[in-house]
Design a protein. Structure first.
Ligand code: 26V
Length: 813
């Protein structure tokens, strides 16, 4: 690496000169960022090559994590941290008149994901490399990532995220590893002269999957794994053939555009499965390039095909890449000549699947017609998998048509991706204890009965390297001073902080660090949003995708209620609070966009009313992204995790906020349940219906939101402000639909039902926050127990219980 500051400065200045023709004086911050990135990439390359060689030499089993999303965010800071050169670089740049944090700001966020599922994949890659495990990501190189959100008159506007407009310094294009992917055409079974059957595929469209590799640097070790992002390009022969056939340049350009559009953009809707043809093309494009590339690497080992599943694990992140199953069957049978049984055994033994949601509207199914037209050979294989599966069910449940129809992979004119994923894999896991229990007892009950040993839990985790050491350096430093640095390699050691529970000096330090972070955020909010906030107020943080079930509306209505209390009763005061929201709504999600509009309206009213604005402020941070999260989380006092119980599979924001000393106000949902179990009643604010109660209400239909509206005066008054003249409605009917959703259409997410309990929990927080020292103790207890939620722990469990892999011994871990 760099032998010291001077060595770095020299190398950096040289790089500015040779790469960009600049020096420290003439370089812009973007220039400096690019030069630094390229310099680091050189350093990374040595270990990258070595890691690959070691894996091959040792014949380590390779894990390929297939995901349509990798929400990696910025890489400069985390790479410097993991390479252990942060200080040298920071000081060297300072000598040259440059600020590292300013350069970090110049990197575009790689927003190649929607939310939790994509960010989890990014944390997992960090842990795999840090633990020295041979695990790589396979994803798509979307030209446009998650849209850029702007608020115009309080309404969300989506702008394209052209993140590649500026060079992405970390990627390496590898054209020599290109893979051919086929769509459409006709498949006919043909018997050869020896009587064996093969499948002749004609008139297909062929395109090239070109990999762009991004190094994944382990923390303080020699491991560099790969995130391989595939990009769609037209294949030369296909273009020539098509162009000469049609003799029409216009057609040719259209054709070319339609092919490359496959990796043009990320689908921004994570709540509704729409059955769009382009999305299915994206999924198969990822799957086919990934499977073929994994098989190619396996071939290089020169081992018999029968050892494939000892050497290769293919993990599917939700059902989006579930076509891995028929694609691997296709390659093993049609290209490698295996028979069905052998191919099936290898496929099942290699593939494992994680489920991330039980929301029925997000479950993928594809119309038969579409799959058949776009992927004729894959469709034939799916039909055969289904036939064999249904026959085996028939043996166990003879005559039970209903059961067989409900478990079938192909039924009702659709291909059901979750069924395919369960049947074709050896492991199915949920992402938190409660979620896994719900899968076993309800959503996937019949499958669980048939294959009980296939189901298991892997509670999610987050990387404390990005979310504490990088995002909150002062806190990380103070923890190390207090308990030493064991926690860095083994986050479980954060528990040692419990010894400091009565150490007033340490508790003061925790308070001061939080306070400083809050002041930094106040300055940033002032600068970017023009809003003045009180750093002494409670920072109450609700940051996640906007969804009905996540209940931002509950928080918003509660703020309206507090506002009314202060206005109606001049002697009523609250512990000052700043309510932060950040959330993107799917572009077609009408209800979610209305909630954003409501929050913005509330902010306008509250922040500009001198009767209340010394006690509360509301801030909607636009364009929520990984870097926004990194800024706000270290400053949070209260973490809003208020989903309707049973709906949030796990949550991971809850873990990041806990790690940074925020206290959770939450329902008993997802991983909140496990947080509660660890910290105990006194250190979390739980409220609301339990998941059993919700499931029971859903079943017996006994809930009446109208009845709650009629009996609770506070709720009635607040809701009426949405439809009658009020500071919020201003006499217009913009919020009418929200009112009707809650009152007339029976409040799908039980907002009114949980309101009273939520308000009471918020009041407890206001009271408890006043006892400053005691609050710091609660905060410390949360930090101390957050080691359980390290993604290192999660990945260790995947490694031993699902993938059965161990670290490469020859690499320093
Ligand atoms: C679903 C769909 C459906 C159709 C088209 C596009 C699309 C894109 C993404 C998704 C994913 C929804 C599932 C999801 O993000 N689940 C979240 O996973 C987190 C990591 O396990 C977990 O913490 C959250 O609770 C869960 O909501």
């Amino acid at each position: 690496m760099f032998s010291g500051k001077e060595d770095f400065k020299q190398a950096f200045s040289e790089r500015l000169e040779t790469k960009l023709g600049k020096n420290a004086k003439t370089a812009t911050e973007v220039d400096a960022y690019r030069a630094l990135g390229s310099l680091l990439q050189d350093k990374i390359n040595k270990n990258w090559l070595r890691t690959d060689q070691e894996y091959k030499k040792n014949q380590n089993k390779q894990v390929y994590y297939f995901s349509m999303e990798f929400l990696i965010g910025r890489l400069l800071g985390s790479n410097l941290l993991n390479m252990q050169v942060l200080k040298v670089v920071e000081e060297g740049l300072r000598d040259l008149g440059l600020s590292l944090s300013a350069l970090e700001e110049k990197e575009n966020d790689a927003g190649l994901g929607n939310g939790g599922l994509g960010r989890l994949a990014a944390c997992f890659l960090d842990s795999l490399a840090t633990l020295g495990l041979a695990g790589h990501g396979y994803g798509l190189r979307y030209k446009y990532g998650m849209f850029h959100q702007q608020l115009v008159d309080g309404s969300q506007l989506e702008l394209p995220d052209n993140w590649l407009a500026q060079e992405f310094v970390w990627e390496v294009r590898r054209p020599e590893e290109t893979i051919e992917v086929r769509f459409g055409g006709k498949v006919s079974p043909i018997k050869d002269s020896l009587g064996s059957l093969y499948f002749d595929h004609r008139d297909y469209e062929q395109l090239q999957a070109v990999p762009y590799d991004v190094p994944v640097v382990g923390y303080n070790n020699e491991t560099v794994n790969t995130l391989r992002l595939w990009s769609a390009e037209p294949s030369a022969e296909d273009i020539i053939a098509k162009a000469s056939l049609k003799d029409d340049f216009g057609n040719f350009l259209d054709h070319r555009r339609s092919l490359t559009s496959i990796t043009e953009f990320l689908y921004p809707d994570d709540s509704n499965e729409e059955g769009k043809e382009l999305r299915l093309k994206q999924e198969y494009f990822l799957v086919s390039s990934g499977v073929q590339s994994a098989v190619r690497s396996f071939d290089e080992l020169g081992l018999p095909l029968s050892t494939f599943s000892n050497q290769v694990a293919l993990h599917i992140n939700d059902t989006h890449p579930a076509l891995v199953i028929p694609e691997l069957m296709r390659v093993l049978m049609d290209e490698k000549g295996l028979g069905w049984e052998k191919a099936w055994d290898l496929t099942q033994a290699s593939v494992s699947y994680t489920n991330h949601t039980t929301l029925s509207e997000a479950l993928e199914s594809w119309p038969i017609e579409l799959v058949q037209r776009l992927l004729p050979r894959i469709f034939m294989i799916i039909v055969e998998i289904n036939e064999r599966f249904c026959q085996s069910l028939w043996k166990t449940y003879p005559g039970d048509f209903d059961r067989i129809a409900s478990l079938a992979i192909v039924a009702d004119g659709q291909v059901k991706m979750a069924h395919l994923a369960i049947v074709g894999s050896h492991s199915v896991n949920g992402v938190a204890q409660l979620h896994t229990e719900i899968l076993k007892k309800r959503e996937m009950k019949s499958f669980y009965k048939s294959f009980p040993s296939r189901f298991n839990n892997k509670t999610n985790g987050i990387t404390h390297r990005r979310w504490l050491m990088h995002a909150n350096e002062p806190l990380a430093k103070s923890i190390t001073e207090a308990i030493g640095n064991d926690w860095i390699e083994q986050p479980g050691h954060l528990q040692d902080l419990l010894q400091k529970k009565n150490d007033n000096a340490f508790l003061d330090q925790l308070y001061d660090i939080k306070q400083q972070n809050k002041e930094d955020v106040a300055a940033w909010v002032k600068q970017t949003e023009g809003i003045t906030i009180d750093p002494l107020s409670i920072y109450d943080v609700h940051i996640k995708r906007l969804h009905g079930y996540k209940r931002q509306l509950l928080n918003a209505l509660h703020i309206m209620y507090l506002y009314n209390q202060i206005k109606l009763n001049r002697s009523f005061t609250i512990q000052p609070r700043t309510f932060f929201f950040a959330a993107k709504a799917a572009p077609s999600y009408y209800f979610a966009k209305k909630v954003i509009k409501l929050i913005d309206t509330i902010a306008g009213v509250v922040n500009n009313d001198p009767d209340v604005n010394d006690q509360m402020k509301v801030v909607f941070l636009p364009n929520y992204s990984v870097s926004t999260a990194e800024r706000i989380i270290p400053a949070a006092n209260v973490s809003e995790q208020i989903s309707l119980a049973s709906k949030e599979a796990s949550g991971t924001g809850n873990m990041k906020l806990m790690l940074n000393g925020a206290l959770t106000i939450g329902t008993m949902d997802g991983a909140n349940v496990e947080i509660h179990e660890l910290v105990g009643d006194d250190n979390i604010y739980t409220f609301g219906l339990s998941s059993e109660e919700v499931l029971e209400y859903d079943h017996n239909k006994l809930y009446s939101s109208q009845a709650v509206y009629e009996t609770d005066e506070r709720i009635r008054h607040t809701l009426n402000q949405l439809i009658h003249y009020s500071p919020f409605s201003k006499g217009e009917n913009v919020f009418e639909e929200l009112y009707h959703h809650l009152v007339t259409h029976n409040d799908e997410f039980f907002v009114l039902k949980d309101f009273a309990d939520y308000a009471a929990a918020q009041q407890r927080i206001s009271q408890d926050y006043q006892a400053k020292r005691q609050w710091s103790v609660k905060s410390l207890i949360n930090i101390a127990h957050s080691g359980t939620f390290s993604s290192d722990r999660t990945i260790q469990q995947y490694a031993t219980e699902i993938w059965r892999i161990q670290p490469a011994k020859t690499l320093k871990v």
